[in-house]
Design a protein around this ligand. Structure first.
Ligand SMILES: [Fe+2]
Length: 266
């Protein structure tokens, strides 16, 4: 059963509505004008407001406009002598649950009250469901993001275990690239992508023999050519994975230079 606020300047109408609502098991407060109604709203929680349009001072429609913004969970029904379809349509468009004309037929109003309370319940349940769903999506996304980060870090470590000279290199590149990106004013999402690409950018070195990677002396031309293949190999490994960022492309291009002297595409 609901707590209902009745706003009407006519004594007889207030009494009639009060009686009808209490007979149906609702509790009821009455107000003769908008100021009194506001006082009731401050001290009570109402599931439903039944409101007249022609009230002394502020009209019922203006009152509901402001009250609905402050009390979003409260349903409203207009009960008025103003039998004007245009006014009714515009009120319904603004979110008022029903528009009932006087003289009041109790059966009609009783059905309207039941419908409004039912609709309010459904809307509240729907809102709670959406909020739960959004919370769940955020939680799952965060878990997936953590798993993805973990997989990428593990892959980076696998490469670095074969290449003691560059151990920690990818992490340092990622840290520096993120600092530069931040300085450039890139968004958090872009920076996250840059961090991920940085962590994994030398993945293609997995195809370079360990003795070449860890050779302490100068590399021969052939050995250097082998090293130069690592951006393409990294790209080939990553290109089918649907990251939220173009990670494979970043890996492919990480030895390119603006003046065209880089590799593999010059
Ligand atoms: Fe590299």
């Amino acid at each position: 059963m609901a707590n209902v606020l009745v706003i009407d300047d006519d004594d007889l109408t207030r009494k009639l509505l009060n009686q009808m609502l209490e007979m149906e098991g609702h509790t009821c407060e009455v107000a003769v004008d908008c100021a009194q109604a506001r006082n009731h709203l401050k001290s009570n929680n109402f599931e439903l407001i039944l409101c007249d349009i022609n009230l002394p001072g502020e009209t019922g429609l203006d009152f509901i406009k402001t009250a609905s913004a402050d009390y979003k969970d409260t349903a409203t029904i207009i009960v008025t002598a103003l039998d004007d379809p245009e006014v009714a349509k515009s009120a319904l468009k603004r979110g008022i649950y029903d528009y009932v004309t006087k003289p009041i037929r109790l059966n009609r109003l009783s059905i309207s009250v039941a419908n409004a309370l039912r609709r309010r319940q459904l809307e509240l349940a729907n809102r709670a469901y959406k909020e739960d769903l959004e919370r769940m999506i955020v939680e799952r996304t965060s878990k997936l993001q953590k798993a993805l980060d973990g997989i990428v870090r593990a892959t980076a470590l696998t490469v670095e275990m074969r290449d003691p000279y560059t151990a920690g290199h990818q992490k340092r590149v990622a840290d520096l690239a993120c600092l530069i990106a931040k300085e450039c004013g890139l968004s958090k999402e872009q920076i996250d992508g840059i961090r991920m690409a940085g962590i994994i950018h030398d993945l293609g070195k997995i195809s370079v023999p360990a003795e070449v990677l860890s050779k302490p002396s100068r590399l021969t031309k052939n050995e250097f050519n082998l090293i130069k293949e690592h951006p393409q190999v990294g790209y080939d490994i990553l290109k089918e994975i649907e990251f939220p960022w173009p990670i494979a492309e970043m890996v492919l291009q990480h030895h390119e230079r603006l003046d065209g002297s880089g590799y593999p595409q010059g």
